[in-house]
Design a binder for this molecule. Structure first.
Ligand code: ATP
Length: 233
């Protein structure tokens, strides 16, 4: 579904991504793990069309998307749930969800909205509440619900567990697994390597803008170097 080759991305003189290649097949959960500053968010934002790479190729469903504007990438079936959630805080829950469905027809959105509310009953209870007054976990659910409104084939999640209590982290990861089981391919960026590797089919370990290791989630959970660096020994 997604094929990235020799991707280079920089911010001025800072080379954030230095020649990474990775693939995601339809139906997979793939995770990118790595320390702060390894280039994970830069990679997602570049794939989503928010940053233009210096060089390299990005193919989505067999077509190049380098240089394609981010809203056009959404129309092709990819959605990003960004780091820090970025909900529209002065808008209600339902208005935030409407924003996520802007590429779809009203009729489609009515149906998708029902499904999002079924998946996240707490959002339904709070549909009129200002998004800025939601708890961190609720805001994460809203950000995911907003991304789902575009009915993506590939959902990219940037640090969905950040700042959440352990019980909510578990809930968010359960939802990611359910979305995947229902047919959505997932690219997950996480600091919580333990949780990410436990649900991932495959994983890539990023260090200073390069891929240091790749393997199945289960194999990397047992890998000595990964355990020392990312799983607390
Ligand atoms: P984190 O887990 O902390 O979010 P990350 O692996 O997602 O880290 P990135 O956010 O992609 O890493 O950052 C990669 C490198 O690019 C870092 O050195 C960072 O300081 C730099 N960087 C990121 N965004 C910008 C920006 N807008 N301008 C300049 N440098 C940036």
């Amino acid at each position: 579904m997604l094929s990235v080759r020799d991707l280079h991305v920089s911010y001025g003189a800072i080379k954030a991504v230095r020649g990474i290649s990775f693939d995601i097949k339809q139906g997979e959960i793939v995770t990118l793990i790595g320390a702060n500053g390894a280039g994970k968010s830069t990679t997602l934002n570049t794939v989503a069309g928010l940053i233009r790479p210096d060089s390299g190729s990005i193919e989505f469903k067999g077509q190049s998307i380098v240089g394609v504007k981010s809203h056009k990438v959404v129309e092709r079936g990819m959605a990003l749930c960004p780091e820090g959630r970025r909900v529209f805080s002065q808008m209600s829950v339902s208005e935030n969800l409407d924003m996520g469905g802007y590429t779809r027809s009203d009729a489609e959105n009515r149906e998708t909205l029902q499904r999002v509310y079924e998946r996240f009953p707490r959002l339904k209870e709070r549909m009129g509440q200002m998004a800025g007054t939601l708890s961190g976990g609720e805001q994460q659910m809203l950000a995911m619900g907003r991304a789902l409104m575009s009915k993506p084939d590939l959902l990219m999640l940037d640090e969905p567990s950040m700042g959440l209590a352990p019980i909510l982290v578990q809930e968010i990861f359960d939802i990611i697994k359910e979305l995947n089981a229902a047919g959505t391919t997932i690219l997950l960026v996480e600091q919580n390597a333990n949780m990410a590797l436990s649900i991932a089919d495959r994983a890539y370990v990023l260090e200073i803008g390069t891929i240091k290791k790749t393997g199945t989630g289960a194999d990397l959970l047992q890998d000595d170097d990964v355990r020392k660096a990312y799983l607390g020994g």
